[in-house]
Design a protein around this ligand. Structure first.
Ligand code: MEV
Length: 374
């Protein structure tokens, strides 16, 4: 099973307040391989974040018998007692990404497979192309692929590669959202929606998802390597909004207008002069980067990356929560290979990591048959 990461082209943070966001899947993915394990040991392995856990199946059964009873067909949030029991079981520290990944695993496993009765010994191995905590939706790709693998195992969605119904995908998305809430506090749901459905989407909280038609853009993704917490950055915007509502609220309105303009421009490629469209998209990138700075989620490293791009005649903005993490650079189709190479060289010489990639690609995907005993 695999699920993609994402980039938010425009609308991050404003989307938490009910504004639309334009986001797309990436061809960087998280993959979960699940197999039966001999004996009575249950294994969870996430080598990219150094997790290698082995539990006696009977210990998990005992743990699950003391937390809320799950029902795979009804996604639900953990009650306070369940969360504190899981935290206690994992010796979790506040906000630690490793502990959160384990808690999310235990929660989804207990709720989807069922928290009462006997469990099968399994080996769950998670691999990922995505940097962790960098704004590319690594936690959503984990939550979505994990929810999907467990829902197949529980017989809640069919084990048929790539032909899930809207309802089946909806169930995956809803469980992944519960996992994202454990990790991020108050997420908008955009990351798990993109990872579930794939492609370019216009997302607005509480509304049916709108797949968007758009030119398949090429981008360079740049990792600033500055770690940050999405939860903390979302709280920071809330603090600024509460302190200066008359200043920040109009900024959120303006970000909404920018998303509408960007989507119009991307959908208008077929009938308009491509150069004019790219000029507009580049200006919107510059404007949106400034708006995000006003919300307080910029970072010196991101300004530095934008400056390097500007010096090479490219346009760039942060993507995701900001405060470090990743930025993306729009690559016009008429940009010469030489020019792109020079850009990448100057970014990498400054100590940042980059990938040239095109946006879009499939959402959660089943690749192989799975053991059917849970
Ligand atoms: C995180 O990828 C995007 C934010 O808008 C938070 C959210 O939508 O949950 C910053």
């Amino acid at each position: 099973m695999s699920a993609p990461g994402k980039i938010i082209l425009h609308g991050e943070h404003a989307v938490v307040y009910g504004k639309p966001a334009l986001a797309t899947s990436l061809n960087l993915r998280t993959t979960i391989h699940l197999s039966g394990n001999d004996g009575s040991i249950f294994i969870l392995c996430l080598p990219s974040i150094d997790i290698n856990k082995a539990w006696e199946v009977t210990d998990l059964e005992l743990l699950y018998s003391t937390i809320q009873e799950g029902n795979g067909s009804i996604p639900s949030s953990p009650d306070t007692a369940t969360l504190s029991r899981l935290r206690q079981f994992t010796d979790a520290e506040d906000g630690n990404a490793k502990d959160l990944a384990i808690i999310v695993f235990l929660y989804l496993h207990s709720q989807i497979i069922g928290s009462r009765g006997s469990l099968a010994a399994l080996r769950v191995v998670v691999g990922s192309d995505l940097p962790v905590g960098a704004g590319l939706g690594s936690s959503a790709a984990y939550s979505v692929s994990l929810a999907a693998v467990l829902l197949v195992l529980a017989g809640q969605i069919r084990q048929i590669p790539n032909s899930w119904t809207r309802e089946e995908l909806g169930l995956v998305n809803s469980w992944a959202f519960e996992a994202e809430r454990i990790i991020h506090g108050n997420p908008s749901g955009v990351d798990n929606a993109v990872s579930t459905y794939g492609g370019l989407i216009l997302y607005r909280k509480g509304e049916a998802l709108k797949p968007a038609r758009g030119n398949s853009l090429q981008v360079v993704i740049v990792n600033s390597h500055v770690p940050r917490s999405t939860k903390r950055l979302v709280e920071k915007v809330k603090e600024r909004l509460d302190k200066y509502p008359e200043i920040i609220r109009p900024m959120l309105e303006s970000m909404e207008a920018l998303v509408v303009k960007a989507l119009d421009t991307m959908q208008g490629f077929e009938n308009s002069d491509a150069n004019v469209c790219y000029d507009i998209l580049e200006e919107l990138i510059d404007i949106n980067q400034s708006q995000l700075n006003v919300l307080g989620v910029g970072h010196l490293s991101l300004e530095h990356i934008c400056l390097l791009c500007q010096q090479n005649d490219f346009h760039c903005k942060l993507t995701g929560a900001g405060g470090g993490g990743c930025a993306f650079v729009l690559i016009r189709p008429d940009a010469s290979k030489e020019k792109v190479k020079t850009l990448i060289k100057s970014i990498e010489e400054a100590g940042y990591m980059s990938w040239l990639t095109s946006i879009g690609g499939s959402g959660v995907t089943l690749h192989e048959s799975m053991p059917l005993s849970s």
